[in-house]
Design a protein around this ligand. Structure first.
Ligand code: BGP
Length: 460
């Protein structure tokens, strides 16, 4: 069986500024919340490794773009670091940062690699966090100004933009569970942050469209399809509610300009509904994305709640459902995530049938593995498990495309092993291995396989 993708399909990989760039003395970048958190509580980061050096992409990008060519990239996603470009989040711009990004995007173009550029990947500038971060309506406006500056500075080189990466993550991790700075447990703030983020995204879309640069702008969402334990009506209800919080909370405003009334009602019932200005709701309603990025790693299995929730405990969406631990599920034990390639097909069909068959692409899919050095033979990591993982996901994606879903690309996470937030360098995802000590790059077996994938626009 041959799996062949449509002509012009985008193959490539994704990374983000904080996870790969690092920096140099005198690069004049400002700090973001990850720099700050690491200074305050470095013990929380695996192996005590922080974001200062990561994969030294800031210095090595030229060499790295050449490696992209070798590993089958016709496209690549990264993000701009807001605090690198504006050390204070606004006001004076760091010219060195502007030069770096221009030169990177130019280099990609020169090598025939289409840049996909994201404006925000979990990395709030410290100066903006001090103003309240996403809890603050002012910060939403500063983000809008930052976004506009990016379009003006780089819009001649970049024609695919994303406003945010996985916005539900900074909501949940930053304001419900303590896995991202500012580590608050404050459901009311979480809802406000979610709403402000959707508004900020719509404002960036509006700015971009007003400049008529001819490209496209979207948002990257981690869509984790919710599956019920059984067909019992209460299990099915649990899945529907999980879907509302996990997926529809950002998908609906971005693609349809609306919020699902059932979700709004539940949030109201919990006393968490923010004060929304009519004008702001109108901005969300009118400024829809042109296309969608979808990150997919694992499904979400849920069931009806077994116990009445503690009425004193701070609200989380799990007030309405339990996580279902399905017997025999296939696991990536290093990351603790279930592997379920068919999920990608279900996403494709959902977008086709319920979201106007919007154009979309897979913006992340991948497998993080711990201690990969043990798979090294003849100096190359033999990551056959990763090749299998990609093949299975691509096969299901392909089926979705054949059935009419408008998916235009597939990006793996990630290009070179990168720094993964609290997990730092524990799990490696790259097509290219990084030696942390020497920063030497070595293409893995999957990297060579990916090169062949692009050449044949598919695989056997
Ligand atoms: C996604 C993020 C990425 C990346 C990836 C892998 O949620 O967009 O930034 O980190 O997940 O997950 P992790 O790094 O937590 O293993």
């Amino acid at each position: 069986m041959r799996v062949v993708f449509p002509e012009g399909f985008y193959f490539g990989s994704a990374t983000s500024a904080t996870q790969c760039e690092g920096g140099t003395e005198g690069d004049e970048r400002g700090k973001n919340i990850w720099d700050l958190w690491y200074e305050e509580e470095s013990f929380k980061f695996h192996g005590n490794i922080g974001p200062e050096i990561t994969s030294s992409f800031y210095e090595n990008y030229r060499e790295d773009v050449r490696l992209m060519k070798e590993t089958g990239h016709n496209s690549f996603r990264t993000s701009i670091s807001w605090s690198r470009l504006f050390p204070q989040g606004r006001g004076e711009m760091n010219q060195k940062a502007a030069d770096f990004y221009r030169s990177l995007f130019q280099e990609l173009r020169d090598q025939g690699i289409e840049p996909f550029v994201n404006l925000y990947h979990f990395d709030m500038p410290v100066a903006m966090q001090e103003l309240g971060g996403w809890e603050s309506r002012r910060v939403v406006d500063y983000y809008k100004e930052y976004a506009r500056t990016c379009f003006e500075l780089f819009g001649d080189l970049v024609s695919h933009w994303f406003t945010f990466n996985e916005p539900i993550v900074h909501v949940e991790c930053g304001y419900l569970s303590g896995y991202h700075y500012p580590c608050k447990v404050d459901p009311k703030a979480a809802v406000l942050v979610a709403y402000h983020t959707a508004l900020a995204s719509a404002l960036a879309v509006r700015e971009y469209h007003s400049l008529n640069q001819g490209g496209k702008i979207g948002i990257v969402l981690n869509l984790t399809p919710a599956y019920p334990r059984s067909s019992h009506p209460e299990d099915e209800k649990a899945a529907r509610i999980a879907e509302l919080f996990q997926n529809k909370s950002f998908l609906d405003p971005a693609v349809k300009g609306t919020y699902d009334p059932e979700l709004v009602e539940m949030i109201r019932e919990q006393g968490l509904l923010p004060q929304a200005e009519t004008e702001d709701l109108e901005i969300i309603r009118q400024n829809l994305v042109d296309f969608l990025g979808v990150n997919y790693y694992h499904p979400f299995r849920v069931c009806a709640k077994a116990h009445v929730p503690n009425p004193m405990a701070p609200f989380t969406p799990e007030y309405y459902f339990d996580i279902y631990d399905m017997p025999g599920k296939r696991m990536n034990p290093y990351r603790g995530w279930e592997i379920y390639p068919r999920g990608l097909y279900d996403i494709a069909i959902n977008l086709r049938d319920n979201y106007g068959n919007i154009e979309w692409m897979v913006t992340e899919n991948g497998m993080g593995v711990e201690n990969e050095g043990r798979f090294k033979e003849d100096g190359i990591i033999q990551d056959d498990y990763r090749i299998e993982f990609y093949k299975e996901h691509l096969t299901w994606l392909h089926k979705g495309i054949q059935e009419g879903s408008r998916c235009v690309g597939y990006h793996v996470w990630t290009f070179i092993d990168c720094w993964s937030w609290l997990n730092a360098y524990k799990n490696r995802y790259g097509l290219v291995e990084l030696d942390l000590e020497t920063q030497k790059r070595t293409i893995k077996k999957s990297g060579y396989w990916y090169g062949e994938l692009l050449k044949h626009n598919g695989f056997e």
